[in-house]
Unconditional design. Structure first.
Lengths: 191, 191
DNA sequence: TAAAAAAATTGAACTGGTTCAAGAAATGAT
DNA sequence: ATCATTTCTTGAACCAGTTCAATTTTTTTA
């Protein structure tokens, strides 16, 4: 849980007392490799903060059956279908563990209660959503304006640690590249 | 300003008094066609809420000089580089008026003051950022998983009103399609 | 309302990236 | 340790969408 406190403290200050309150609203869960946190068709019951390991969020294409990676999450990142979580309707997203993982989970009811008890967390969640939205807009820009090789290079620079934690073919899908193409890009010497 | 109040009231309740406070923090501005609200290289001074007309947010590619549309905004939408606005560093984004437009502007200093005065707005901004992030993630998914024709069809369904307000070649860029391709897609009878 | 500018169309040549297929390498489970 | 599964690689054929170029249509401005 220290990881979560540190994350929050980057945006708002926390007293010892605050930390105890926060702790009480969360559950720690271990996920096996491949285990699902969210399955398409069901409501997203938890907002998850990753403590260890890596998760993927993906959508199965109705026509082709292919999985499209829309999000990747490692330690210190959030993973959830926010829309489904907050509005309690069926999600079209799957979230599962790529490697064995440890996550801190909070339900929507607990989330709302926690925000009432500690209103300063409104600001924290507003600020992380803001940087999240900024990151998503940058992803869109790179997807539209740059070729596959350049997108991969930028990805490596921006998230150097992910390369070791996430299989290549998932990174390819996340970047909107075929697994074969990414392999060929990596084979180029002048990367 | 009624448009902004209505927008806020979709998420939190507002008293007459609240509305007066809010009003005092905003400035109304008219933009001519083509006029810039933000230019790449400068800090984003305002968070803008569009009252009338339409705006585009774009990045000029350093190599090719081509403009890539990353956001479109019409009445009832927000337009800003949030990262630059809140962290006060140079933006790489341009925002300008596609048509003559009316916008409500707030500076960062005023924004922070307003939130201190009316903490309930923390929740409002958290919630709109949340739906914004959801919309951005959906854009990424469609961009990666669907061909140009299908992306355009989905765009028309999701934002039927934009077709009349935004030139086709800007919609094309927004969707990651060349202007020529979109024209050919539209020429297909069975759209 | 005429001239100028902006936006949309169409066709032809081209290309970045996909798909398919088959094998090699790495990793996980028992 | 060994077998099974997952991940990565490589090549060949193909194609969705781009680029370039020229023209028409629509919109804006004076």
């Amino acid at each position: 849980m220290e990881l979560l406190f540190d994350n929050i403290r980057r945006y708002v200050s926390l007293t010892e007392e605050d930390q105890n309150i926060i702790s009480s609203y969360w559950t720690i869960k271990q996920l096996n490799r491949g285990e699902h946190l969210l399955s398409a068709g069901s409501v997203c019951r938890y907002d998850a903060f990753v403590l260890e390991g890596s998760l993927k969020g993906y959508i199965i294409d109705a026509a082709t059956g292919k999985e499209e990676i829309v999000l990747l999450a490692v330690a210190d990142w959030w993973a959830a279908d926010l829309d489904s979580f907050h509005n309690q309707h069926a999600s079209s997203l799957n979230i599962s563990a790529i490697t064995p993982a440890t996550v801190a989970l909070i339900t929507r009811a607990a989330f709302n209660e926690l925000l009432e008890k500690l209103p300063k967390l409104e600001k924290y969640f507003r600020l992380i959503l803001q940087s999240h939205a900024t990151a998503l807009l940058r992803r869109i820009y790179y997807r539209n304006a740059h070729d596959a090789r350049s997108r991969y290079k930028t990805f490596l620079q921006q998230y150097p640690s992910l390369q070791a934690q996430i299989p290549q073919y998932l990174i390819a899908s996340y970047l909107g590249i075929s697994a074969e193409m990414l392999s060929k890009i990596r084979a180029q010497k002048d990367l």
